[in-house]
Ligand binder design. Structure first.
Ligand SMILES: *Cc1c(COP(=O)(O)O)cnc(C)c1O
Length: 238
């Protein structure tokens, strides 16, 4: 068990050091706390230390924690991000609760989220998940198909297309960690040159946030380094 104040200041210091090395403004990188498998009490503790954005991988966990922490009369007002695989029968629950979805890789799911976004809410901010290393069996649109998906998502009224997300295989070596992040950034630059205005690169986790920041990450998604190792490994396969 990591003390939450120590873990949070350590992660913030890593982000700041990486920004310094990259010559970037530390405010250009947002910390998303990945709270999958963690209890509402742990989210509350990090929120009390100033953390506002939380990422969930499972729709059922998003519903449970969101509805408990955002219940009247004292909703916390957190920013909820959905970062997991999304099935068609779970889109409504996410469209009604999330501010962001990072894992759009099919037009059908994007269309459902747009249709199901409640009227009074701002458009759902979305990233396209790209299978940037073209690994077999891995989620994400192929890099060569990202432009077509971006064009389709761009037109959906309930969504705001913000950028690209990647979940590369974990490796230890910094130069190797930088490669997939560099490719994601290059793909973002290509899409922008074709007329999009994507301002978000969601990449970098506990083990490779420095590499991702050096390559331009604007959101790093951090679980283990904030909360300690996850206990329920059985839920990890999704
Ligand atoms: C679990 C998860 C993370 C966080 O990974 P850590 O290595 O624990 O920091 C980030 N992104 C996604 C999509 C995840 O599923």
């Amino acid at each position: 068990m990591t003390a939450p104040d120590h873990a949070l200041s350590t992660v913030r210091a890593r982000i700041q050091a990486a920004c310094r090395e990259a010559g970037r403004d530390p405010d250009s990188v947002r910390l998303l706390a990945v709270s999958k498998t963690r209890g509402a009490d742990e989210i509350r503790a990090l929120h009390a230390l100033g953390q506002a954005a939380f990422g969930e991988n499972y729709a059922s966990e998003l519903v449970e924690k969101h509805d408990s922490l955002e219940a009247p009369p004292t909703p916390l007002g957190l920013e909820w991000h959905f970062i997991g695989a999304l099935q068609g029968n779970k889109t409504r629950a996410v469209a009604e609760r999330a501010a962001w979805v990072h894992t759009i890789d099919r037009e059908r799911i994007a269309r459902r989220l747009s249709d199901q976004r409640p009227e009074g809410m701002p458009p759902l901010q979305v990233c396209l998940q790209v299978n940037i290393s073209e690994e077999p069996q891995k989620a994400g649109v192929a890099p060569g198909e990202a432009a077509a998906l971006a064009a389709a998502v761009q037109d959906l009224p309930g969504l705001a297309l913000r950028g690209l997300m990647a979940l590369p295989a974990a490796v230890d070596d910094l130069p190797l960690q930088r490669e997939p992040s560099a490719r994601l950034r290059a793909l973002r630059d290509t899409l922008n040159a074709e007329g999009h205005s994507l301002d978000t690169l969601s990449m970098g986790m506990s083990g490779d946030l420095e590499a991702a920041i050096l390559e331009g990450a604007t959101i790093v998604r951090i679980g283990t380094a904030l909360f300690g190792p996850r206990q329920s490994q059985s839920k990890e396969s999704a």
